[in-house]
Design a protein around this ligand. Structure first.
Ligand code: ATP
Ligand code: MG
Length: 421
């Protein structure tokens, strides 16, 4: 991609109303454009990141046998009247009428619809277990949308729904998802902190939130100081709760071993048993011909919030420092002197060689070297290939790691081999 053709309206100005780093940086890097309170357009850089995150999520969901679908963004109110949530969901739900005065809503979540699909097609234990998920836009009319896309009204969520025949199976599913979420967040370059969340359901604690530690997080977390080094298995049981669940009187961890940090909630998983299957009369016949209501769970990831959370965890005073797995491009080539023949030839050679195998942005804009370097640092692509006139004389270009600042001098063919192995 040529930077001159790429739609990334970057800006030097610090937006006055953006309170946290990720919001400021997303605006300055030309990633998002606000269209109303809590409602944003996702411009090309941000869209590429959303797609990278989504792909990793899908790969990990595939591995545990979850199948991707698209439920709908518009649902009939009837489904929610059946489950009993139409009134209780309250003002966060955006309610709509169609031309025939039929009542609809924009999905804030899809438990009812998943249950409805299940009951229409699955009538026997042979069709189970089943796990469906989607990555789709949600709308919640949050009272206080804030921090840019972090708490938006329209946001992208991965939401999954599981149906099992009995509690044992449901518990196994829950644990599989738990471990799969840990892997997913690690692949996104993050360190997830799973905390035990409220759960009215039977069978012990079967609801966890996944947080990313960040000073700007909305939640306060209390956790065992061993957590950062715990194995994935131990993470299921180690003490970690959000403030509303923490009670110093009953906390099993001595005060000196307790850590307190702010966290951003990026995922939430629940086991809720037969709540929806019973309410919506979704049942199957088991091998003895008895009626069984499936044990269900639902599993959410804030895909769009993750973009903000990753930036909160990966930035410095100059801009974003994307982890390689979610970066909008693998590398950016900075031609510091576009009118210099040697620079142009070297930069184009690298660009041609890399762009068939890698996602490469080539900054060939006719602007100053300083502006280019500042933009590259701002948008935070992990590797900068810097082609400047002095080094070009000696057939050398610089490979700079955006995060560490480390610079290595390389020849054109070394650079090409470095990225294409
Ligand atoms: P929160 O406590 O932040 O409001 P929630 O408990 O309402 O979250 P869930 O219904 O469990 O959220 O949704 C699953 C995930 O979707 C959350 O873990 C979060 O990452 C994301 N999410 C929820 N609300 C928003 C929002 N308004 N904007 C962006 N992402 C959101
Ligand atoms: Mg909420």
């Amino acid at each position: 991609m040529l930077f001159s053709k790429f739609f990334a309206p970057t800006s030097k100005d610090t937006p006055a109303d953006a309170q946290i780093a990720s919001h400021r940086l997303m605006l300055r890097a030309g990633m998002i454009s606000q269209t109303a309170s809590g409602i944003y357009c996702w411009l090309p850089l941000a869209t590429r990141v959303l797609e990278k995150i989504s792909r990793i999520i899908c790969e990990e969901q595939d591995k545990i046998g979850a199948q991707k679908v698209y439920f709908t963004t518009i649902q009939p109110a009837d489904l929610w009247i059946e489950s009993g949530r139409y009134d209780s969901y309250g003002k966060e739900m955006l309610r709509l009428k169609d031309r025939k005065d039929g009542e609809f809503l924009y999905s804030p979540t899809n438990e009812e619809q998943a249950t409805d699909v299940f009951r229409k097609y699955v009538h026997s234990y042979r069709g189970m277990p089943i796990m469906l998920y989607q990555i789709h836009w949600k709308f919640r009319d949050e009272i206080r949308p804030r921090f840019g896309i972090m708490r938006g009204r329209e946001f992208l969520m991965k939401d999954g729904y599981s149906f099992d025949l009995n509690f044992e199976d449901a518990r196994r599913t829950y644990r599989n998802i738990f471990q799969s979420y840990i892997k997913t967040f690690r692949r996104l370059g993050l360190t997830p902190v799973p905390v035990q969340a409220d759960s009215g359901a039977i069978g012990g604690n079967m609801s966890h939130e996944f947080h990313i530690l960040a000073e700007t997080g909305e939640s306060t977390l209390y956790y065992d100081k061993k957590l950062p080094t715990a194995t994935d298995e131990d993470l299921e049981t180690i003490y970690a709760v959000a403030d509303e669940k923490h009670d110093p009187k009953t906390c099993p961890i001595p005060e000196e071993e307790l850590m307190i940090s702010k966290g951003i909630e990026v995922g939430h998983i629940f086991y809720f048993g037969t709540k929806y299957s019973k309410a919506m009369n979704a049942f199957v016949l088991n091998d003895k011909g008895d009626k069984v209501f499936p044990e269900m769970g639902s599993y959410g990831v804030g895909v769009s919030r993750l973009v903000g959370a990753i930036i909160e965890a990966s930035h410095d005073e100059r801009g974003i420092t994307w982890p390689e797995s979610t970066a909008p491009f693998d590398a950016v080539i900075l031609n510091l002197h576009v009118k210099n023949d040697k620079c142009r030839r070297m930069a184009e050679k690298i660009y041609d060689a890399l762009s068939s195998k890698k996602e490469v942005l080539y900054d060939e804009r006719n602007i100053t070297a300083g502006e280019k370097l500042a933009d590259a640092d701002l948008i935070g692509i992990p590797w900068q290939i810097i082609v400047g006139p002095k080094n070009a004389e000696n057939d050398i270009v610089e490979l700079k790691n955006r995060k560490t600042g480390e610079v290595t001098n390389m020849t054109v063919s070394e650079i090409i081999n470095r990225f294409i192995r």
